[in-house]
Design a protein. Structure first.
Length: 176
């Protein structure tokens, strides 16, 4: 895939199309199963917030991506602490994004994954936490710690069977 400015998260749909989040641009790109130049498929409105330190700016609005069992694309909005959903049409373009959840527990939402039961899990980097989001938008904290781990700026989550694997930046961060 080429032409994906700010490439961050990836997810494949059932047809083998690759979707790539564009970070601060808010664009989610799509590349066909045979590869090539990316085309914009979804747009999340840009947004910037100031982090609790009072000086760091967070503008990543299209981060982690995951498709649910019905083919609905879920997008982590790190800046807003939100999860968006969008239906992808037969032309592989998304409709208007719909806000599934926005919650302080999601501030720093990054990697997304669905477990075998269909529950959405979110690696929340700014809070050193893992949370779940139900289909009706209810957010529940599952695990959290200070900056001494084991969750240290968790960025990605993948399920193999019933086991979750979490990628951490393992970088010193403030305790949130």
């Amino acid at each position: 895939a080429t032409g994906t400015a700010g490439a961050n998260g990836i997810a494949f749909d059932r047809q083998g199309n690759l979707f790539i989040s564009g970070g601060a641009s808010g664009i989610v790109y799509r590349v066909g199963a045979s590869g090539g130049v990316a085309q914009p498929a979804v747009q999340i409105e840009k947004h910037t917030r100031t982090l609790p330190d009072g000086k760091t700016q967070q503008a990543t609005v299209a981060n982690g991506l995951a498709f649910d069992a019905k083919g609905l694309l879920h997008i982590a909005d790190t800046s807003r602490g939100a999860i968006w959903t969008v239906a992808i049409g037969p032309d592989s373009k998304g409709g208007k994004p719909s806000l599934l959840a926005q919650n302080p527990l999601l501030e720093g939402a990054d990697g997304l994954a669905f477990d075998r039961s269909g529950k959405l899990w979110v690696a929340v980097n700014e809070r050193n936490a893992l949370v779940t989001v139900s289909p009706d938008g209810q957010v529940q904290e599952i695990a959290k710690n200070d900056s001494r781990g084991p969750l240290e700026f968790p960025a990605a989550i993948v399920f193999i069977g019933d086991t979750a694997y979490i990628a951490n930046y393992d970088t010193p961060r403030r305790d949130n």
